[in-house]
Structure formats: structure tokens, C-alpha cells
Design a protein around this ligand. Structure first.
Ligand SMILES: Nc1ncnc2c1ncn2[C@@H]1O[C@H](COP(=O)(O)OP(=O)(O)O)[C@@H](O)[C@H]1O
Ligand SMILES: N[C@@H](CCC(=O)OP(=O)(O)O)C(=O)O
Length: 361
């Protein structure tokens, strides 16, 4: 088998693994596992990000409406995840392939050291030909600590592991210019940097068991493509979908990747939620940073420094209109930065190697 990639992330949405009646679709799971096992056999490293814990839980236990949604989700996910991973282990076993369970929360991506520990765990699993099966740890991630959905988690893992491709499997063939249920709506097959923003076509409607919907899927796909990862959004209910995507034999939506970003930039790109401080920059600094030439952020272009941060922490860069233009790693702390505001001939606060601009996505 001729493979276009060495390492891929495959994200399977709840709907792909759930039948219309809400019960787990074990047959579909088995088919997906058999494709992954074949790809693994052919030398491709595959990381599965699988939703379905809540959907599996729903088939096992009913929760009274008197409980709040967080408690209900915890109960369903905690019981469902056991059955989800058991089914995966059983199906992979038939192909003499080992899989492993990795449950994560947004907090696990908080600092670079923690992030690198997690990356090392994936690397050792992959070196031993194990297929990691990842899901959000729904039992402990509540409200503000939650990922928007598993698409966001899959995007983070794709950039952390320097994957060449991210495949998002849902119950639609890709992004349509209109309602996917409307037979006349056209499928968008290619999205590149120069593609118009097509968000107006996408409704906030989600599939029966989905969490984020197509709007978040598109945002995540753009971000990953901006970091150099090819993204495929395709229908996980189509037979042999993974093999057909890799052989370019099926219509779906493909996001053309930009030049690959460095590992450090990939981490910064996803570290917005961990940012400690904010720096306001003037129009001149904004023009320099967003120009084609690689430029670092010098104190002469800084108008104000807000909140406290230490050297090595992530900071937000805002323009004069308070619009977020990017994220960077501070070369020194907020106290020193404040002393140097507006001064010439000072050391950059953010070096361009540790700067991630919104224009890069
Ligand atoms: N323009 C569009 N093209 C494709 N799907 C769309 C569009 N607008 C809204 N959707 C909805 O997005 C859903 C997929 O997102 P989501 O429910 O999060 O799926 P999953 O659970 O598989 O991640 C589709 O089932 C569809 O109903
Ligand atoms: N972690 C949850 C899945 C949440 C989620 O993102 O679902 P989906 O939108 O179907 O990918 C679960 O396993 O049920």
C-alpha cells in the first residue's frame, strides 16, 4: 500500500459510533478498527481520538432529569468509557494489534513541560506499535475546563505529535455550501488559504449526539492546516473511508496545509488558554510583526503591559483596538517589561521564533 503520510490522527465523532436509536454501532466500530489495523500493518502510525463515552453510557444507564447536566454527563461518560474502550480492545485484538486508553483534559496542555511528558507517552506507545485511543476525561473536565469538543482535542494532538494529517470523521461527507440534508447543496472539496470564509453556509445545527458542530470543526481544521497539517473532513459511515481517503478515492473536504510550523510554535498556537499576561502594541509594531519579514516584539512598540507574568510564560498580544493579534513566550517578566515600555535599544520581549500570529492560521 502506497501511503501519503507517516503519522495521522483519526477523530471519530459520537454519531459515527452510534446508531439512530442511540445504541452503540459495534459493527461500524469493528470496520473502522479493521481499517486502522491494516494501515498500522502497512507502517502508518495512527492515533485514534474517539468520542462515544456518553453515547455508550446512554445505552447502559438512564439518568433522571432531576440531575444537572454535568452530573449526568459524568455518570454516562464514566460508565460508557469502560464499554467503549473494551469494544476497541476486543476488535483490535482480532487483528493482533494492541490499543491503549489515553484520557486527557485541557489542563494537560497547560505548560510546556507537562505537554512534553504527554508527548513522550504517545511516542513510546507508537514506537511499540500500539494504537492510542484518546478521549477527553469527561469525568473530571467540567464547564470551563472542557475542550469545545473532541475535534479541538484531535487538533491539539495532531500538532503536538507533528502528524502530517488529521482526519475528522463525522456523519456527513464534508462541508456543504448549505444544509447537508438538502440534496442540492454542493460539497466543498478543497479549502485553501485563498478560499473565501464560508462560515455563513454552516449552520450551528449539530448531529444528534455531537457536541461542537461543523462551525468548530471548520475553525479547528483551518488552524491545523495553518500549522502545516492536511485536514480531511469525511463521512465515517462510508465503507472503507480511511483507505479511500488515503487513496484519494472519495469525495470529501480537504484543507490544504500551509508550511509546517516548528514544534514550539505549534504549542504556542494552542496555548491561548494558559496565557498569563497581555501586552498592548502600537500600529508600527503590529505592521512589523505581520510583515513578511520575521520580526521580534521590541519594547519600543509596546504601549502597555497588563497583569503579571514570568519569563517563559505565554502572553497575549493585542493591537491598539484591543484585537488579539497573536501569542508569544515572554523573554523576561512583566515587571521588567513595564520598565522598558516605549524604550529603544532594549532586548525583544518576544523573539520571533516564539511568536504565533493569528495571520499564520
Ligand atoms: N454546511 C454544513 N456542512 C456540513 N455539515 C453541517 C453544515 N452545517 C451544519 N452541519 C452539521 O454539522 C454536523 C457535524 O458536526 P457534529 O455534530 O459536531 O459531528 P460529530 O459528532 O461527528 O463531530 C452534521 O451532522 C451537520 O448536521
Ligand atoms: N468525550 C465525549 C465526546 C464529546 C464530543 O466531542 O463529541 P463529538 O462532537 O461527537 O465528537 C464522549 O466520549 O462522549
Amino acid at each position: 500500500m502506497q501511503l501519503p503520510y507517516k503519522r495521522i490522527i483519526v477523530k471519530v465523532g459520537s454519531n459515527v459510533l452510534t446508531r439512530k436509536d442511540g445504541l452503540p454501532d459495534q459493527e461500524r466500530m469493528e470496520q473502522l478498527v479493521s481499517q486502522v489495523a491494516r494501515l498500522r500493518e502497512a507502517g502508518l502510525e495512527v492515533i485514534l481520538v474517539s468520542s462515544g463515552a456518553v453515547a455508550f453510557g446512554r445505552s447502559l444507564i438512564s439518568v433522571s432529569k432531576k440531575y444537572d447536566t454535568v452530573a449526568a454527563r459524568q455518570l454516562l461518560a464514566s460508565t460508557g468509557q469502560v464499554h467503549l474502550i473494551n469494544a476497541f480492545a476486543r476488535f483490535f485484538d482480532r487483528h493482533q494489534t494492541l490499543c491503549s486508553q489515553v484520557l486527557v483534559t485541557k489542563e494537560d496542555f497547560r505548560d510546556r513541560l507537562h505537554y512534553l511528558h504527554m508527548k513522550n507517552c504517545f511516542e513510546i506507545l507508537l514506537q511499540h506499535k500500539v494504537v492510542p485511543v484518546v478521549n477527553e476525561n469527561d469525568v473530571i473536565s467540567v464547564t470551563e475546563l472542557m475542550f469545545t469538543d473532541n475535534d479541538e482535542l484531535a487538533g491539539l494532538i495532531a500538532s503536538m505529535l507533528n502528524a502530517q494529517a488529521l482526519i475528522l470523521l463525522s456523519n456527513v461527507d464534508g462541508i456543504f455550501k448549505g444544509d447537508p440534508g438538502d440534496g442540492d447543496a454542493e460539497l466543498i472539496e478543497e479549502v485553501s488559504d485563498s478560499s473565501p470564509v464560508f462560515l455563513p453556509f454552516i449552520s450551528a445545527r449539530r448531529s444528534q449526539f455531537g457536541r461542537g458542530g461543523m462551525i468548530t470543526k471548520t475553525g479547528i481544521a483551518r488552524k491545523a492546516a495553518g500549522l502545516g497539517i492536511t485536514v480531511h473532513i469525511a463521512n465515517g459511515t462510508t465503507d472503507d473511508i480511511l483507505l479511500r481517503i488515503l487513496n484519494n478515492e472519495v469525495k470529501h473536504t480537504r484543507f490544504t496545509p500551509k508550511k509546517s510550523a516548528s514544534g514550539k510554535k505549534k504549542w504556542i498556537a494552542h496555548a491561548g488558554h494558559t496565557a498569563k499576561g497581555t501586552v498592548l502594541i502600537n500600529e508600527g509594531a503590529k505592521a512589523a510583526l505581520t510583515s513578511a519579514r520575521a520580526s521580534s516584539l521590541l519594547p519600543v512598540g509596546i504601549i502597555a503591559v497588563r497583569d503579571e507574568f514570568q519569563k517563559g510564560e505565554v502572553i497575549r498580544l493585542l493591537d491598539e483596538k484591543e484585537q488579539l493579534i497573536g501569542l508569544g513566550i515572554a523573554e523576561y517578566n512583566s515587571e521588567k517589561a513595564r520598565e522598558r515600555v516605549g524604550q529603544k535599544k532594549q532586548k525583544p520581549l518576544v523573539h520571533y521564533d516564539y511568536l504565533f500570529l493569528n495571520t499564520e492560521i
